[in-house]
Ligand binder design. Sequence first.
Ligand code: HEC
Ligand code: HEC
Ligand code: HEC
Ligand code: HEC
Ligand code: HEC
Ligand code: HEC
Ligand code: HEC
Length: 265
Amino acid sequence: MRVRDHWLPWLVLTAGVGIFGVLLSSCSTVERTVLAPPEIPGATYAGNKSCAECHANISRQFPGSAHARVHLETAKLAGGTGCESCHGPGSRHIEAGGGRGVFINNPRKDTAACFQCHLETRAEFNLTHHHPVIENRINCAQCHDPHGSDIFKSAGGLAMARLNEGCASCHREQTRPFIFEHEAMREGCTVCHNPHGSINRKMLVENDPNLCLKCHAQVQGMGVGRQQIYIGHADHTAFLRQGTCWSAGCHTAIHGSNVHPRMFY
Ligand code: HEC
Ligand code: HEC
Ligand code: HEC
Ligand code: HEC
Ligand code: HEC
Ligand code: HEC
Ligand code: HEC
């Protein structure tokens, strides 16, 4: 898991600033590091069990979540402090009888809680082409379920199909059924797009024909006195000089087509 690699520089950065200690435990390793949980002035940690009294559904799901394994140093508190690692210390929220906006952090509106641990994800959202999360136009919870056992939001189905469904809720144009399907879509949107952000336009993982060549072998052959490049059954030697595989005149209907089997339009 890449997240952990980034906690070390974070430790150096924040050492001595009076930050909470965190004990991160998983099946095989026990690591110690520090980070700053969301602050709620005057509040202290209450433990997961105290949340369960009023938030029964979320508390029932939570043990299955990847985040249930994250604990603050105060993990001795009833049931651990996983909830409060994202929501901040809950004592004042509980004393007030709970309520929206009542002494509790909701990372739906403020992603700072997520970014304090996921530094690499924050860096991705800062790349030139990104989903507008930092701009507050969409949020992590629209793609990730922070409480359930499946962190990738879905309505069921096969693992990769699920990723597409998550994207489909906002991108109908690319996810509707096509007469001529591109089989690549079955692998999931993320074979071609980085879901957070990328240096390439349209958040593509590659900016050039390599995007396609990882699945479509490029075969060298000799034509009449010259080297030829075949992709599929067609000679692509001249085409490849004209731009990307999805440039005008080529496979522009890359997500699928209702009129052309080779997805020209
Ligand atoms: C005494 C009952 C009670 C307890 C205990 C309680 N809550 Fe709440 N909480 C509420 C109520 C009521 C709301 C209002 C929304 C709702 O009805 O679900 C709420 C809302 C929230 C919200 C949404 C806040 C917002 O601004 O959108 C979060 C997050 C939350 N609670 C987390 C926690 C956590 C974490 C704990 C344990 C540390 C906890 N709650 C303990 C009653 C409680
Ligand atoms: C990984 C961070 C994270 C952890 C850990 C976490 N939550 Fe949340 N919680 C969120 C996010 C993000 C939202 C906003 C979700 C949304 O609006 O769809 C949220 C929303 C809520 C809400 C408001 C739900 C509503 O109807 O708007 C409550 C209540 C809540 N969490 C309670 C808890 C409790 C109780 C726990 C522990 C059992 C917990 N959370 C653990 C991130 C977290
Ligand atoms: C206290 C630190 C912490 C906070 C806060 C936190 N995470 Fe995490 N998150 C982790 C750790 C540690 C893991 C890896 C758990 C494991 O090893 O399975 C993880 C796992 C994940 C994964 C799954 C990664 C995978 O490869 O399976 C996603 C997605 C994720 N977090 C999203 C979020 C979102 C969204 C938020 C804010 C609502 C958030 N996290 C807040 C520490 C945190
Ligand atoms: C547009 C949907 C979308 C949004 C918004 C989103 N994610 Fe993700 N995230 C994904 C998908 C899809 C993956 C799986 C990537 C894969 O498997 O290649 C992922 C993977 C992750 C992972 C696992 C490590 C990785 O990069 O593969 C973490 C951690 C994570 N997201 C955290 C976050 C946090 C924190 C936020 C909000 C600040 C967020 N995500 C917002 C779709 C999204
Ligand atoms: C909650 C809604 C939402 C979800 C879910 C979502 N997106 Fe987006 N997506 C957006 C918004 C908003 C934009 C920015 C559009 C703009 O700037 O006009 C965007 C932009 C994009 C773009 C770039 C378009 C451009 O013109 O540059 C791509 C590619 C993309 N999304 C792919 C995905 C993929 C892949 C997934 C699933 C992992 C996904 N989206 C899930 C809302 C969403
Ligand atoms: C085989 C690779 C591939 C796959 C798989 C793929 N895309 Fe794309 N997508 C592209 C390319 C290439 C472009 C850029 C097209 C262009 O520049 O006109 C693009 C562009 C987009 C855009 C921007 C459209 C616009 O009009 O600007 C969105 C949104 C998008 N894709 C969403 C998705 C979603 C959602 C999925 C999964 C259901 C997905 N893509 C799967 C290759 C792919
Ligand atoms: C994840 C793997 C994958 C990626 C990436 C991918 N494809 Fe495909 N593509 C397939 C599969 C599988 C088929 C169906 C079998 C075949 O025709 O080779 C297909 C079929 C096609 C076809 C139809 C071929 C025919 O003769 O019917 C075209 C055209 C095509 N892809 C173009 C592209 C382009 C352009 C890209 C890059 C933007 C791309 N593909 C990226 C897997 C992929």
